[in-house]
Design a protein around this ligand. Structure first.
Ligand code: NAD
Length: 335
């Protein structure tokens, strides 16, 4: 590797510029008001990664390539997550997906993959103690998020108490999921904002982010947000052998899980799932930007572990953006 001192000044400058811009874009994005398209953000991130591959001494713990999410604002109280919330590594084509599956297969014997839709919403963390919802937070920088408990409580899909008719509630359950605004609700909200002379939201994701991060929970309550759960964080008083099994229990407790998730046993079946939803991208009531493929066995997940940013046992297969030409002018936001 090139010693730190030997990095050309223009490379160093480009690296600093990209890092700063990516951090700024991330911050805006999590507030629901991005100024560049996701494709442009991904392109800048790819360029940053290339520079760091060429000059590894540029990699520092605070580089955007090493972190999940964005710093939190001071509008809400900070909440430390019981377990870190991570991002996901991406595959943009079949070759990258296959390479991931081979890396995983070289480490552990995978018998089942879990295929899920990648919901383009807002990541949230819910904590249930003895079956009662005690706290909800945004992802923030993955370690500390923002307390949005009052806002989350207004979402019909989120149970305030777990249903104990099938399984007793565990002592502690931290669940992760995605909050989104269904397509029809998004259209109605924008029509209403237009009637009121206010600027519309550019897409359902921004609308969901803007609606959830309201100081007045009554405004959040007026926006028909929904949620799907896709993971478990800290837990006590319950154990899961497979992630798919955890979903069955979450569903029995009344938590919203997707009925489009599939357990498959080969990479070809993963490819078929990805191909199916590439064709049926608008079947779900929420927007998707890809498919998440996970190793189903929790013991294997533990053996594979994580990097500072993302688990090694999962990958996000991203679909090509439907609109790459979004410009600054197209994106207007509202709160
Ligand atoms: P990500 O959105 O690519 O993937 C990670 C997230 O996916 C998880 O945190 C989780 O909340 C979510 N997710 C949805 N469905 C899931 C499922 N079934 N299982 C597991 N997780 C699921 O990564 P990120 O770190 O949240 O954001 C990075 C991406 O966001 C970029 O690639 C870019 O597209 C976009 N972004 C855009 C801007 C911008 O300015 N336009 C800025 C920052 C980020």
């Amino acid at each position: 590797p090139t010693p730190a001192d030997d990095i050309p000044a223009d490379v160093r400058e480009r690296h600093a510029r990209l890092s700063q811009d990516l951090d700024d874009h991330s911050y805006r994005y999590y507030l629901g008001s991005p100024i560049v398209s996701d494709a442009e953000y991904d392109r800048m991130m790819a360029e940053l990664r290339e520079l760091e591959d060429r000059y590894p001494s540029l990699v520092t713990p605070d580089s955007p390539t090493q972190k999940a999410g964005a710093p939190i604002s001071n509008e809400f109280a900070p909440v430390e997550h019981l377990e870190r919330m991570q991002s996901l590594d991406n595959a943009f084509d079949d070759e990258q997906l296959t390479a991931w599956a081979h890396r995983v297969g070289a480490e552990v014997p995978v018998e089942a993959f879990l295929c899920e839709l990648k919901i383009d919403g807002l990541a949230v963390d819910l904590v249930y103690e003895k079956g009662r919802l005690v706290r909800a937070a945004t992802r923030g920088d993955g370690r500390v998020g923002e307390d949005i408990t009052l806002n989350i409580r207004t979402i019909d899909a989120v149970p305030l108490r777990l249903d104990e008719s099938v399984h007793p509630a565990p002592e502690l359950l931290e669940v992760r999921g995605e909050v989104f605004l269904p397509a029809t609700a998004f259209e109605e909200l924008n029509a209403r904002l237009a009637d009121e002379g206010k600027p519309p939201f550019a897409n359902p994701r921004n609308a969901a982010a803007g609606s959830l991060r309201q100081k007045d929970p009554r405004v959040t309550a007026s926006r028909p947000l929904s949620m799907l759960v896709h993971g478990v964080g800290a837990h006590r008083g319950v154990a899961f052998t497979h992630q798919s099994q955890s979903y069955e229990m979450l569903a029995a407790w009344g938590l919203p899980v997707s009925d489009r998730t599939r357990v498959v046993s080969s990479l070809d079946e993963v490819r078929a799932y990805i191909a199916h939803y590439a064709e049926h991208r608008h079947d779900p009531e929420y927007e998707i930007d890809g498919v998440v493929v996970k190793v189903d066995d929790v013991a294997l997940q533990r053996r594979l572990g994580s990097t500072s940013r993302a688990p090694r046992w999962a990958i996000a297969y991203k679909y090509p953006p439907e609109e790459v030409t979004t410009t600054l002018l197209d994106i207007k936001t509202s709160v």
